[in-house]
Design a protein around this ligand. Sequence first.
Ligand code: CDP
Ligand code: CDP
Length: 223
Amino acid sequence: MSKKISIAIDGPAAAGKSTVAKIIAEKLSYIYIDTGAMYRALTYKAIQESLDLECEEQLINTLQIIEIELKPSENGQLVFINQENITDKIRDQDVTSAVSIVAKHRKVREEMVRRQQNFAKNGGVVMDGRDIGTHVIPHAEVKIFLLASVDERALRRHEENTAKGYNSNLEKLKEEIALRDKLDSEREVAPLKKAVDAIEIDTTSLSIQEVVSRIMEIVEGKN
Ligand code: CDP
Ligand code: CDP
């Protein structure tokens, strides 16, 4: 495959975005950028510093003094802020519950989008998030919108937690995912929304391999 393109993958929590984005990036030797990890990194820092998550000014002042790095490794992508490895910490429940509040602020989003566009400027990227096809790389050659039912997505998270030996409550996961879907879809700035030119794939009854194959067919059609 010769021409390096940009691939945007959006959708709600646990639709499989990062799982398939990583596989596709590896197949194409592209960079993978997990934009959710960037919002999670700021949320982690905000909680650590006891910031008021409703206060845009406090959040943007903190964001301006932190460098967020996403580094590929053999064990998946590592996330750093100012050289501190926070890869596992950003998946904690307190971060997950708060991230959609942090992500609703206009100035926070503008700065995140600026950094994401900078990461993507040379093409050859697979980027996943909520507003990638609509705002971050609206010129992306391939735009995918992944969906799955709330029950299926909660079950996927439950199975992940159980496999890691964590306590997990399926009903609570359903509630947390449904609330985050609502906050992300109803916020004023860059809400979670399918781009008009995105291809929607309902993954509820598809395997990871099936989703990857469908996206690869679309990518190959662009070359
Ligand atoms: O992996 P999961 O789907 O649970 O979430 P994530 O992709 O890590 O994103 C965490 C949160 O960050 C989302 O629920 C959104 O509130 C926010 N986010 C966003 O607003 N815009 C993005 N491009 C990516 C994430
Ligand atoms: O990034 P996003 O929050 O959209 O989802 P994820 O972090 O990739 O998590 C999706 C979970 O569902 C992972 O445990 C996958 O193994 C599983 N899964 C999937 O991604 N795609 C399917 N078609 C079926 C299961």
